[in-house]
Design a protein around this ligand. Structure first.
Ligand SMILES: [Zn+2]
Length: 280
């Protein structure tokens, strides 16, 4: 089953109490939500539990986006120690909220060669997983490295697949706006999207087939990749119609999170309706 939903509150709901959001989403037929810890893990324990209860009550499947300041491409032991602390903070809060999926960005090159940055990323990720497992925090939690949109970031599809094959608790986040931006606009036809799904299905460890997390938004890009997220009613790529048409060919169990800039709830509804009404 495919569940659609937004990342965070949009322009119309940003002043509404977050505890009311699950009901609002369910009324619209949206059953996924991504809670943003992108600027820090700020929700207190009491509200985390309350929010989780509301999601459960309205059958809203919850994922969490880790802070942007996590960076696995570092060679600084203090920064790596902090990475471990940030992952622990996120997961402890996720357990209170009943969230299972933690999306994170692998990190930027910071003037290093791509190969060097990627090898640091793998080494640091292995270490983080070891710590989380020792702390018994990984049960029922999926860590989901995201495909990234800027050329100066780790996160091509091949890199994300390689990262995910490190451990059973790692599962990809396919961000199609990012993939399109990184590749300078290569997601044009339905088959271009299907190629990505097929690649992940082919190269991911067997037990993880059909299991990923998806982000979708139109994104403006330039020679260095991603510039900014757009709304569906703005001119831009990739085409959500082609994405949904491709998705219809598979029987995945995934959440599709809409990351449009300010219109992510109404744009998630557009994708959900399209998915339900499309006959192929
Ligand atoms: Zn992200």
């Amino acid at each position: 089953m495919i569940l659609f939903g937004p990342s965070g509150r949009d322009e119309l709901t940003k002043k509404i109490d977050v505890l009311k959001i699950p009901q609002i989403l369910a009324d619209l037929g949206l059953y996924a939500f991504e809670y943003a810890f992108t600027h820090g893990v700020r929700i207190n324990d009491e509200n985390a539990i309350k929010f989780g209860c509301e999601c459960k009550k309205y059958n809203v499947s919850l994922s969490v986006h880790a802070p942007y300041y996590i960076s696995l491409t570092t060679s600084d032991p203090i920064k790596q120690k902090n990475n471990i602390i940030y992952f622990e903070q996120c997961i402890k809060k996720m357990k209170l909220m009943g969230a299972k999926v933690l999306v994170f960005h692998p990190g930027s090159l910071f003037g290093q060669t791509r190969e060097h940055a990627f090898s640091l990323c793998k080494k640091n990720l292995k270490e983080i997983i070891m710590h989380l497992r020792e702390a018994k925090l990984l049960n029922g939690i999926y860590l989901c490295p995201e495909t990234m949109g800027k050329l100066g970031q780790i996160g091509t599809i091949d890199e994300i697949i390689e990262l995910c094959n490190i451990d059973k608790n790692l599962v990809p986040t396919l961000d199609f706006g990012h993939i399109n931006s990184f590749t300078g606009g290569q997601l044009k036809q339905i088959d271009d999207f299907k190629l990505i799904f097929d690649k992940v299905n082919t190269f991911l460890e067997k037990q993880k087939k059909d299991r990923f997390h998806i982000h979708f938004s139109k994104i403006k890009y330039g020679i260095r990749g991603e510039i900014k997220h757009l709304k569906f009613n703005e001119l831009g790529e990739p085409d959500y119609h082609k994405f949904i048409s491709a998705l219809k060919n598979y029987s995945f169990n995934v959440n599709v999170i809409c990351e449009s800039s300010g219109s992510q709830i109404s744009d998630a509804v557009i994708m959900k309706n399209l998915y339900q009404n499309l006959n192929i």
